[in-house]
Design a binder for this molecule. Structure first.
Ligand SMILES: Cc1cc2nc3c(=O)[nH]c(=O)nc-3n(C[C@H](O)[C@H](O)[C@H](O)COP(=O)(O)OP(=O)(O)OC[C@H]3O[C@@H](n4cnc5c(N)ncnc54)[C@H](O)[C@@H]3O)c2cc1C
Length: 369
């Protein structure tokens, strides 16, 4: 008899949410984390839409700041401001959020095993094992939630079609504005954008672009523009595009499955949506005694029906944007700068789900699969 129903590899937001939902469904769950402390090292800005709160319980202690809109800086320098009367997003301390999720998972009965790097696994119709630097565990299912450089995904031969390198610097300068600044310029920040996020007691400067030294150079030039010299640096890979996320006894969740918005690089909300779906599929598979890839494939169908449209539209816009000249970017932004667009944003703007209409509603409200 296997020791666990599900072993989750990686105790980040996607893995912990999967573990919590599996435990709530009555499954026995362990979550293995290579680091000693959950949530560290920092690798996320923690900018989430207010709708985030409706997806999970988040304590107010995690809020560093709140945001009502954005200032867009196109290459021409003609700033476009889109603001709402109510909050559109919170700047959250991601480390505290993950730590909280870890505590919630423990309360739900998840066995969290820190300091355990997974270095091998087997998964076939006969059973599954996970090997860490300390021991080998047996399980019915494996959830690969081990982030953008997922060992589980790589071992299965799955990889995201696209990858960006995100770098962020947090300074001790207080940031109290009620908007984020977004900088677009295909010469200075090719293919993506740079940002400045007010974090209350601190300010964050960030950039994402193709992996490699050119992106680091662009980031340093961006910091120099604001005369930023002292900062705390962190960075990470942002995967995106459609990727296979299932195999015999295995599901991938979060960055490991490239469940990320191609337009903004945000992956936390998508990861949470897919975590709930994965937990339902694990639970359903156990009740039906099915461990085969054919059964697990329903996970991909379900998450694609929840967030696939948003990803597809984001991919298309990114493709068009990355080929645009700065002159076209200016022309495009000047089209946005009118009363109609501002009215739409002021009355209906939703930072997270800007590309889709209530993507999660159909799937998440379904009582069973
Ligand atoms: C600079 C930057 C800024 C970002 N800002 C935002 C933002 O504002 N909003 C947003 O929504 N998204 C943002 N993202 C994306 C977001 O950080 C990711 O989508 C999110 O962290 C993915 O969560 P996850 O749980 O899938 O992976 P992770 O949070 O990466 O968790 C994976 C966990 O697995 C562990 N692990 C890895 N390998 C192993 C192993 N072999 N054995 C055991 N454990 C292992 C890791 O230690 C880690 O704890 C940003 C990304 C970057 C790079």
């Amino acid at each position: 008899m296997p020791e666990y129903d599900v072993i989750v590899v990686g105790a980040g937001s996607a893995g912990l949410n999967t573990a919590i939902n599996c435990a709530k469904a009555g499954l026995s769950v362990a979550a293995l984390e290579e680091h000693n402390k959950i949530g560290f090292p920092r690798h996320c800005s923690g900018l989430y839409s207010t709708r985030f709160l409706s997806l999970m319980e988040v304590k107010e202690d995690f809020y560093e700041h709140e945001v009502f809109g954005a200032k867009f800086h196109p290459p021409s320098g003609k700033i476009i401001e889109l603001m709402r009367k109510e909050k559109v997003a919170f700047v959250i301390n991601r480390e505290l959020l993950d730590d909280f999720l870890g505590k919630r998972a423990k309360e739900c009965g998840v066995n969290i095993i820190s300091n355990s790097k997974v270095s091998d696994f087997t998964a076939d119709p006969n059973g599954a094992t996970i090997t860490t630097d300390k021991k080998t565990l047996t399980t019915k299912f494996i959830c690969g939630a081990d982030g953008s450089n997922s060992f589980i995904a790589r071992s299965l031969g799955f990889k995201p079609p696209h990858r960006l390198h995100g770098i962020m610097a947090i300074t001790k300068d207080e940031g109290h504005s009620n908007y984020v600044d977004l900088y677009f310029d295909n010469k200075l920040y090719p293919g993506f954008f740079a940002w400045r996020i007010p974090r209350g007691k601190t300010t964050e400067y960030g950039i994402a672009g193709e992996t490699g030294p050119a992106n680091v150079n662009n980031f340093n030039n961006f910091l120099a523009k604001f005369d930023v010299k002292k900062y705390e640096l962190s960075s990470g890979v942002i995967p995106f595009g459609f990727q296979k996320s299932y195999s015999d006894r295995v599901l991938l969740v979060g960055d490991a499955a490239a469940q990320v918005k191609p337009l903004t690089g945000g992956g936390v909300i998508y990861g949470m949506i897919c975590a709930r779906i994965a937990a339902r599929v694990f639970s359903d598979a156990i009740s039906k005694n099915r461990f085969d890839e054919k059964f697990m494939a329903k996970y991909q169908k379900l998450w694609r029906s929840a967030i696939g449209k948003g990803i597809a539209r984001g991919l298309l816009i990114r493709k068009i944007y990355s080929r645009m000249s700065n002159r076209s970017i200016d022309a495009w932004f000047s089209l946005l700068n009118n009363r109609v667009t501002k009215n739409i944003f002021e009355n209906h703007g939703d930072m997270e789900f800007i590309l889709e209409r209530r993507p999660h509603a159909t799937v998440l409200n379904q009582p069973s699969l």
